[in-house]
Design a protein around this ligand. Structure first.
Ligand code: PEP
Ligand code: MN
Length: 341
């Protein structure tokens, strides 16, 4: 609907507005109020070009669309009953906990395997391990394709599904050839639309679940859901939303914790939400509180950085990984909060 700056449009302005929406197969229905009129757009109002043309008219204050710009991810879409499966867990039916290293250290791969067993024993149902890493500094360890084998060894030894982040097409091909069980699209690529489309296309046939992190600078909820739409529209509806904190950071935390976004996502989309508390708060000591808050807000699961000996780890592990012992208690508490919902 169109809200004009003045309480009503002049006849000439109304005719202009009708002509703009007419080009997109829509009509205007005037809703007459006591003090101001509202101009409802009747028809398919999703065209961004139409909205932009209306916003370009200097007497138009706002254009609000009733229809969402995303079609497949919308809670009213035909996919609304779609369920995503990760290993033994159907998302939504029980809490999914993914845990493991931020980064697999090539000089100490045993630590990763130990962690894999530790998080399994703690009750996690999937294992994370950074193979390729998006590092702020080009001088930091960037990851290595060789670590895929270590991740696969962890899967073989534990029987649990494994997840790693992919940042480009070449990594995507390696991850798909290795049949990794979940692919993570990190915060830096969350708005890389050509890559999202490529991931959607290449994972369409196998339907590999994609853990889509929220961009650090992502604003409206719709922007997050629209990013997911790129995956679904290119053939893979197994998208998992992953809030992980945004910018600017909250004093003392690594980012601004955003686990409270979950009910807003769930009002608009049917897709599951798995919160990453580790990158959100960025300190091991706050991870349990953030995790429980996420579950209380309605998350379907958590992806948590965990390490048998965090201080000896690389990447984020020394500062934000929790030990499998802490994870075990946390998973128990997650079950309690889940039961209260
Ligand atoms: C990670 O999961 O280790 C990571 C780098 O994630 P993000 O994209 O959220 O920073
Ligand atoms: Mn990390």
């Amino acid at each position: 609907m169109i809200i004009s700056k003045a309480p009503t449009l002049t006849d000439k302005q109304l005719a202009e507005v009708e002509s703009v929406v007419g080009d997109f197969g829509c009509n205007i229905q005037v809703i007459y109020g006591a003090h101001r009129n509202i101009y409802a757009i009747i028809g398919d109002e999703r065209s961004e070009t139409m909205v932009n043309r209306l916003l370009g008219l200097e007497y138009v204050a706002r254009v609000d669309r009733m229809e969402s710009v995303y079609k497949l991810m919308d809670i009213r879409s035909d996919l609304a009953n779609h369920r995503t499966q990760v290993g033994s867990v159907t998302l939504g039916e029980e809490p999914l906990v993914i845990a493991g290293h931020c980064t697999i250290d090539p000089s100490n791969t045993n630590a990763f395997l130990e962690t894999a067993h530790g998080v399994k024993e703690a009750g996690a149902q999937a294992i994370r391990g950074g193979v390729w890493k998006p590092r702020t500094s080009p001088h930091s360890y960037q990851g290595s394709s060789k670590m895929v084998d270590v991740l696969l060894k962890a899967r073989e030894e534990t029987g649990l599904p494994v997840v790693a982040e992919v940042m480009d097409d070449a990594q995507l091909d390696v991850a798909l050839a290795a049949k990794l069980d979940i692919l993570q699209i990190g915060t830096r690529n969350a708005l890389n639309y050509t890559f999202l489309a490529q991931v959607g296309k290449k994972t369409a046939e196998a339907g590999v679940p994609v853990l889509l992190k929220r961009g650090r600078h992502m604003g409206p909820v719709d922007e997050f859901i629209s990013a997911a739409e790129y995956l679904a529209a290119n053939g893979n509806p197994n998208v998992i939303f992953c809030p992980r904190g945004t910018m600017p950071e909250l004093d003392g935390f690594r980012n601004h914790p955003d686990e409270s976004i979950t009910p807003l996502l769930k009002e608009k989309s049917w897709a599951p939400v798995v919160v990453d508390p580790s990158h959100s708060v960025g300190r091991a000591k706050y991870v349990p509180q953030c995790s429980l808050a996420a579950i209380a807000y309605g998350a379907d699961g958590l992806v948590i950085e965990s390490h048998v000996n965090p201080i000896s780890g690389i990447g984020d592990d020394p500062k934000q990984a929790i030990t499998p012992e802490v994870l075990k208690k946390l998973i128990h508490d997650v079950g309690v909060v889940w039961g209260l919902r």
